[in-house]
Ligand binder design. Structure first.
Ligand SMILES: NC(=O)C1=CN([C@@H]2O[C@H](COP(=O)(O)OP(=O)(O)OC[C@H]3O[C@@H](n4cnc5c(N)ncnc54)[C@H](OP(=O)(O)O)[C@@H]3O)[C@@H](O)[C@H]2O)C=CC1
Ligand SMILES: CCCCCC/C=C/C(=O)O
Length: 499
């Protein structure tokens, strides 16, 4: 467990931080070709943090060309897997050395609490990079059951140049979920961080260079979705794109692919994830802790947030008392105060969007919270509502939990599945058989029983329905995104000898 510092010590670290602000292309930091920049701010204070290179399609072209050259000459793609592993382990070690600075940088840039950055985002990011590094020299290819006169091999090859487009809610962790397997597999990467949360990504690029990652293998093109994300999605020399973000933007990437070179597209999209509590659930304090964590962790800015509580009527009152008590312990305030669990929403624009939902909640039955604490800061809010209300149906991506009361297990599952999304779900019951039947009936990529969570790096993460498709992040299956299968048939017949 990380030893946390005091707020003043974190502020002192923040004041002394240094970090790159230019795009990272072909092994070096450089301004946008246009010379333009954009300002990134600390959403918790509104203060400007840095001017960052505002790249466009011409910078994307440069980065893709660098990635292509690196891929084709094999400086990374053809290295022995064990050598790639050593480089990635050096990167993980450097990130560990600079873990505290990375945590503070992430907190400043995204409004995330230092508590989460120190205890989850940064340690988990390092763990994920290490895990994929360790995996890569342990994956074997296959020999198929062909006849005695043939050998048929099935070998994995890196896909080539991959475009990775990241969201702003877990900037470091999503970077690790994507570059971990992509680099381990031998691909070259052109990565676009979300404009709001670029700084930690650039710092990792700096550390990657220090770790010995060859030039051109990891390129970071900074800028907006329209100026950088779209040209990357449309680029004819990008072999695949792995995207995490909204369903609307994911849809665009399919169009970009269809309109360009039919690049592979892997989408990890939104969610409106149900948390089903059946009336035989036990230890309601523990259940409430999971419910509150699922709904309010990272200010609810989590595609797998348990944002819909579906509770059987018989247990409603007792559970909601516990949920209220638990939510009251989630203090809202300065993200650099380690006692704080609810920091700032990521940006003014996102705050405005969530505040709109809070406004809509005022005409519903608010059970807890419901206030804007300060610009950017919304207190955890629990609101009872109809199953088809706007609040219960749309992805809010903020600290607002909806509660829908049901009368039976079948109704609970029906309400849970009545959504266009299918990323994650939870079910709570003391009866193992009921819980497992429910787990099988819930249409979601990850279902947790008597807990909330996304699993860990060992288990695949991705969605059913409009929560995404094309592959999974995390686990050995993540490598499927970044490799393709080649069949090599060898005919052993010696025609000259007649056998
Ligand atoms: N699944 C998840 O984890 C996430 C879901 N969301 C959901 O999406 C909502 C909107 O958030 P938002 O930031 O707008 O999410 P987006 O899906 O728009 O952003 C995700 C990434 O895509 C980029 N992008 C945006 N527009 C385009 C485009 N036209 N072409 C190519 N790339 C593009 C963004 O760039 P840039 O931001 O720099 O412009 C960012 O890097 C949230 O309120 C939430 O509901 C948001 C983030 C993560
Ligand atoms: C420690 C696991 C954290 C998982 C966060 C998953 C979020 C994904 C997303 O929002 O895209």
């Amino acid at each position: 467990m990380t030893d946390l510092l005091g707020t003043s010590e974190y502020k002192a670290i923040a004041a002394g931080l240094s970090f790159p602000t230019q795009a990272f292309i072909d092994g070096g930091f450089r301004p946008a070709l246009s010379g333009k920049t954009f300002t990134t701010t600390n959403p918790a204070t509104g203060e400007a943090l840095a001017e960052i290179a505002a790249c466009d399609a011409r910078d994307v072209d440069l980065a893709v060309a660098a990635a292509r050259a690196a891929f084709e000459d094999g400086r990374w793609s053809k290295l022995h897997p064990g050598e790639r592993k050593e480089t990635l382990l050096r990167l993980a070690a450097l990130m560990q050395e600079h873990a505290r600075d990375l945590a503070v940088l992430e907190s400043l840039d995204a409004g995330k609490t230092i508590f989460d950055c120190e205890t989850v985002d940064v340690p988990e990011t390092i763990h994920v990079i290490r895990w994929h590094a360790e995996l890569i020299d342990k994956i074997y290819d296959q020999v198929s059951p062909a006849s005695a006169s043939h050998i048929a091999m099935v070998v994995r090859e890196p896909v080539g140049v991959v475009g990775l487009v990241l969201p702003w809610n877990f900037p470091l962790l999503m970077l690790a979920w994507k570059i971990g397997p992509a680099l381990a597999a031998g691909c070259s990467v052109v990565l676009k961080p979300a404009a709001e949360t670029t700084l930690s990504t650039l710092r990792v690029a700096e550390l990657a260079a220090e770790a010995g990652l060859p030039a051109g293998v990891l390129n970071i093109v900074t800028g907006s979705g329209s100026a950088v994300g779209e040209p990357l999605g449309r680029h004819p020399d990008v072999d695949m794109v792995s995207f995490t973000g909204s369903t609307a933007t994911g849809r665009r990437f399919l169009n970009y692919s269809a309109d360009s070179n039919l690049k592979e597209v892997v989408l990890e999209l939104g969610g409106k994830n149900p948390c089903v509590v059946l009336d035989d659930a036990e230890d309601l304090e523990a259940v409430a802790a999971h419910v509150v964590n699922g709904a309010f962790w990272n200010m609810g800015q989590n595609c797998s947030a348990g944002s819909r509580l579906i509770v059987q009527r018989g247990i409603r009152d007792r559970l909601l008392d516990k949920v209220r008590a638990e939510a009251a312990t989630w203090l809202v305030g300065d993200p650099l105060d380690p006692a704080i669990r609810v920091g700032s929403l990521v940006s003014q624009a996102h705050f405005d969007k969530v505040a709109g939902y809070l406004e809509a909640a005022q005409s519903e039955n608010i059970l807890f919270g419901g206030r804007i604490v300060a610009p950017g800061f919304i207190e955890p809010t629990v609101v009872e509502t109809a199953r088809d209300s706007k609040l219960a149906v749309e992805e809010i991506f903020g600290p607002i939990l909806t509660v829908v009361v049901v009368d039976s297990v079948d109704e609970a599952i029906a309400v849970a599945n009545d959504t266009e999304y299918g990323l994650a779900a939870s079910i709570f019951s003391a009866n193992g058989r009921r819980a497992l039947r429910g787990a099988r009936a819930l249409r979601a990529g990850t279902v947790t029983v008597n807990s909330f969570g996304e699993g860990d790096v060992t288990t695949p993460f991705g969605g059913y329905k409009q929560s995404g498709f094309g592959g999974r992040d995390n686990s050995i299956h993540a490598h499927d995104q970044y490799t393709q299968l080649k069949t090599i048939w060898i005919d052993l017949t010696d025609h000259a000898a007649g056998d």
